[in-house]
Design a protein around this ligand. Structure first.
Ligand SMILES: N[C@@H](CCC(=O)N[C@@H](CS)C(=O)NCC(=O)O)C(=O)O
Length: 292
């Protein structure tokens, strides 16, 4: 008995048939319809199956088309007994699900011959290198800018720091930290509106970021909005139960709200710190006592 499988190695449907042949150790000859090795393959394939869809199995000159039928023919044991399961798989045989379809249109052999195999390899290599470089530069770039911002901030170069943090935010839209730093810098110069906007961006990027939640609490505490500040500090402590600063200022905020016993519990958990000065005083008098 002679068996020939006509197909293309970039075609997932061809691989479906190949797997059945390999799994059952069935001897066959592979006829690559788009290769340069056998110029007659494409003509032989189309003579058997003018529809031009591959894979195509030819058994002693008789064509067997459709990948699922080929699998059933070659490896009936690989087909499940469950008819509903088979029925569910059938619609996936439609060629529109072929992932490589745009590349697999049968190209006349004369044209194929003008594109040497090494050119495909070289192209794939170049694309891979470009993708890796893009990936690395995007990741590394975001981190570098953030670090540059922190360094400049520590050196007191505020304008340089702001530019670097803005760059880091553009480079990594999913990171809260650049916005947190920008918010902190805005709060330091008394621009609480800008600080609040930056913190909203930080929490859009990372809704559960403990530092961003804590900074939002700090911003609201500075504005005297104790109830809202308390809610953000609660979320910050939930996001990072070991954050002493969030615990301390949650205690402080509770003091401002005259919830002394809950406040004392958090102040004790946090231990001594700037929040230790918080006392249950009237909000107006409390302003300025503690700057988180
Ligand atoms: N229902 C067919 C689909 C096969 C199919 O679409 N093959 C694609 C390659 S993965 C093909 O022949 N593309 C060339 C074309 O559509 O001209 C099967 O399961 O065998």
């Amino acid at each position: 008995m002679s068996l020939e499988l006509h197909g293309h190695l970039f075609s997932s449907y061809t691989w479906k048939a190949l797997i059945a042949l390999y799994e059952t150790d069935t001897p066959f000859t592979f006829r690559n319809i788009a290769g340069n090795d056998h110029p007659d393959n494409e003509a032989a394939f189309l003579a058997h199956w003018p529809v031009g869809k591959f894979p195509l199995l030819v058994e002693d000159g008789v064509p067997i088309m459709e990948s699922s039928i080929i699998v059933e023919h070659v490896a009936p044991a690989m087909v499940p007994d469950d008819h509903e399961l088979i029925g569910g798989a059938r619609p996936r045989d439609a060629s529109r699900h072929c992932p490589n379809r745009p590349h697999l249109v049968v190209v006349p052999h004369a044209q194929m011959a003008t594109i040497p195999l090494w050119a495909y390899g070289a192209l794939a290599g170049v694309v891979t290198v470009v993708l890796i470089v893009l990936l690395v530069s995007r990741r590394g770039g975001g981190t570098d800018s953030l670090q540059q911002g922190v360094d400049a901030y520590v050196r007191g170069q505020r304008e340089v720091a702001v530019n670097a943090f803005n760059k880091a935010a553009r480079e990594n839209a999913k990171s809260a930290l650049p916005h947190v730093y920008l918010a902190r810098m805005a709060r330091e110069v008394g621009n609480l509106t800008l600080a609040s906007q930056e913190l909203q961006l930080a929490l859009e990027a990372e809704p559960a970021n403990a530092i961003a939640l804590r900074e939002m609490g700090a911003n609201l505490l500075t504005q005297g909005n104790y109830e809202l500040a308390r809610r953000f500090y609660v979320r910050a402590v939930q996001a990072d139960p070991n954050d002493k600063t969030a615990q301390g200022y949650l205690g402080c905020t509770l003091m401002r709200l005259n919830r002394a016993s809950e406040a004392t519990s958090f102040l004790n958990r946090a231990g001594p710190g700037p929040w230790s000065n918080c006392t249950p005083v009237a909000p107006a008098a409390a302003n300025g006592v503690v700057r988180p």
